[in-house]
Design a protein around this ligand. Structure first.
Ligand code: DMJ
Length: 668
């Protein structure tokens, strides 16, 4: 039988097998090929009409027309979604919101778009952004040396009650007499020209830090000012929590930078969603920076957005408190609600972390009327008050399952510091109402001063670290330089047997911290400094030689200036401003430096969020009039977010208790 398809030469065992060769198809074969091709064509065309996009058409004519249009404009977009266009503020459109009939509701298309968007965002965060995303006035950015303030810094609109636009106007209960005290940002007209220049310079530093964060890392947590891109491995990770925005916002407000304040406020309103974060956050850091920052903004403005967001953040942290003692675990994933400890701390929580929630949590209860936050904070307080303390001292580690101390390591620096600060400040912010806190503070400080306060051969006082009741290291952390201010506040707010000693120690410790700055080539202070015979107030190990844009020394200068009015504190603060401008300012913001003893120090490429929240705020307040955030009406949390003093400050904004429903009439 002859085949119907063309044949070709065949071989069997390498020998050609004779075959019949032909030049053309037979007629029967031609018919068959044509009818197969026709069938394919009809099926292909017909299938097009069953695509979802065409199915919605009401008539056959429409369908045909749609097919025609579709084919006419066929291009790569038939296979790939078109690139997303950025809007005028550099954002990508929200992917899920497509108008019906325009892009279609096809879930596959949406999925493709989502994937593409994620990819673009990932690329953007990895890349050095060359072009500004925002249309803003460039900040003065000479990279070395203090700069002259820009003209507009001298003419900023007054930030008072009336300077707020509708969307930021006070919405919460208005405190009596708040109109004149709403915020006192303008520089008083009788300010001398030198002080005014200093205030304007610091304000311009804030603008430089903010603008560059806005250009290169907006919505991310922190900025890498040298590489000009987001800092994805910050303490809050690479998520979109806007740590720099939330942390820096009250500083903008206090400095009267209202345009920037509104930008930040709008970002929080539109984008800040902590419950969507699927990574571990520190309960402590999130409380002091986010809850604290938002509560300050609420107190200053009365804008309930800030209060509600603060409650949202605290709510996301609450699962971490589900322990047998109520002492929280260190880390929480807001999305999965899973908690855990730091690997390096074993089963323990850290004293400074569990002990630095009280101010924020109690104030949050007062302004929301929700008692749950206060209960959490009080439970921690009770555990720490009741546990027996070796020699009256608090070790840095405590197990939240057993309520027992871990390693007996004590410090007023890292791991201990702000626990002590919050004992004093809980008493201050309660307007003297929290007696227990003040008693705990005085007892702890008496023990700490007796055991930890040391004097170097040349007469420098410092706070050493202890282990099992003995001196462990003759070293003081930069972090413990906040203690000068703390002792001064303790001295001037209550007269007792310790008050004189407190003020003496405050002066001496602030002096030593200044020495640690003065003894470096850059005039910036190291992360830790030692006292070992010949070496005094200098770092020895390389990881101690860094300056991370920290604020603690300036915090003490500010408090000491307000309480003593000794000019040297302002002089030291100005030296620090000049040193930061010289060594930390770069075109893309402010960077920490890796060695304070090198005149041309290399940058660490991180602009910490606390640089905006604390460092610049304390430096600004050091040169401000005392009427800006007076110390008897405001207490600064450990991240420099001011909280109002209960009973003294009309901006306390305590929630009015909900009205009790009238008792229902009883059927007798
Ligand atoms: C800030 O986040 C807070 O001051 C905290 O208490 C410890 N240190 C950093 C800044 O150095």
């Amino acid at each position: 039988m002859t085949g119907i398809l063309p044949t070709y030469q065949r071989f069997v065992n390498g020998v050609p097998v004779p075959s019949i060769s032909r030049r053309s198809f037979r007629l029967r074969e031609k018919y068959l090929i044509v009818s197969v091709l026709l069938t394919f064509g009809i099926v292909w065309l017909g299938a097009l009409f069953y695509l979802p996009e065409f199915k919605s058409s009401t008539s056959v004519n429409d369908s045909v027309y749609n097919v025609y249009k579709r084919i006419q404009k066929a291009g790569p977009e038939l296979l790939m979604p078109p690139p997303l266009a950025q809007n005028e503020v550099g954002e990508f459109p929200v992917v899920g919101i497509v108008r019906h009939g325009e892009e279609g509701d096809d879930p596959h298309l949406l999925e493709d778009r989502n994937r593409l968007r994620a990819k673009i965002e990932e690329d953007m965060s990895m890349k050095v952004l060359e072009r500004p995303q925002f249309d803003i006035a460039p900040s003065v950015s000479s990279s070395r040396g203090p700069s002259k303030p820009p003209v507009d810094a001298l003419e900023m609109p007054v930030a008072g009650n009336n300077a707020l636009s509708k969307d930021v106007s006070p919405a919460g209960p208005k405190a009596e007499g708040s109109e004149n005290k709403y915020v006192i940002a303008p520089i008083p007209p009788d300010t001398d020209i030198d002080t005014k220049h200093k205030l304007d310079t610091i304000k311009e530093m804030m603008r430089h830090a903010w603008n560059n964060y806005k250009l290169y890392a907006w919505g991310k947590n922190e900025l890498k000012p040298i590489s000009k891109r987001p800092h994805l491995s910050s303490v809050f990770g690479g998520g979109d929590l806007g740590a720099t925005i939330v942390d820096g916002l009250d500083t903008l407000y206090i400095m009267g930078m209202m345009d920037e304040f509104r930008e930040g406020r709008d970002w929080i309103a539109e984008h800040f969603r902590i419950s969507e974060i699927d990574s571990d956050l520190s309960v402590f850091e999130t409380t002091i920076r986010f809850v604290g920052g938002l509560l300050s903004c609420y107190a200053l403005t009365g804008d309930t957005l800030f209060r509600d967001k603060a409650a949202e953040v605290a709510d996301a942290l609450l699962p971490a408190f589900e322990t047998p003692t109520g002492l929280p675990y260190a880390l929480i994933n807001p999305s999965t609600k899973a908690s855990r400890q730091y690997h390096w701390a074993g089963p323990n929580s850290i004293l400074s972390e569990v002990g630095t929630l009280h101010l924020e949590f109690t104030y949050l209860s007062d302004v929301t009327g929700n008692e749950v936050y206060r209960q959490k904070a009080n439970r921690i307080r009770d555990v720490l008050n009741n546990v027996s303390k070796p020699d009256g001292l608090y070790p840095n580690y405590i197990n939240p399952r057993t309520g027992q101390w871990g390693q007996r390591h004590m410090s007023l620096g890292a791991l201990g510091d702000s626990f002590y600060e919050y004992l004093l400040k809980a008493w201050l912010v309660a307007g003297g109402g929290d007696e227990q806190a003040r008693v705990m503070f005085d007892e702890a400080m008496q023990a700490a001063l007796d055991k930890m306060l040391r004097v170097s051969p040349s007469g420098l006082s410092y706070l050493a670290e202890l282990k099992y009741g003995r001196i462990f290291e003759e070293k003081m952390d930069h972090l413990s330089c906040f203690s000068g201010g703390m002792f001064a506040l303790a001295s001037t707010t209550l007269s007792n047997s310790l008050s004189d000693r407190y003020m003496d120690v405050a002066r001496k410790l602030t002096h030593t911290c200044h020495e640690s700055y003065d003894r470096s080539e850059t005039k910036l202070g190291p992360e830790a400094f030692r006292f070992t015979g010949a070496v005094e107030a200098r770092a020895q190990k390389s990881n101690e030689k860094v300056y991370l844009l920290r604020p603690e020394t300036f915090e003490s200068y500010f408090i000491m200036w307000r309480l003593t009015k000794e000019q040297k504190y302002r002089d030291w603060g100005w030296e620090a401003v000049e040193a930061i401008e010289k060594h930390c300012r770069v075109e893309g913001g402010y960077t920490g430096i890796v060695n304070v003893y090198h005149a041309n120090a290399q940058g660490d490429d991180v602009q910490q969020s606390y640089f905006l929240a604390e460092t610049l705020k304390y430096l600004y307040l050091l040169f401000s009039d005392d009427s800006l955030l007076p110390l008897d009406e405001w207490v600064f949390n450990t991240e420099a977010h001011p909280l109002p003093v209960r009973g003294r400050n009309p901006l306390y904004r305590e929630a009015t208790p909900p009205e009790r429903p009238a008792p229902a009439a009883r059927n007798l």
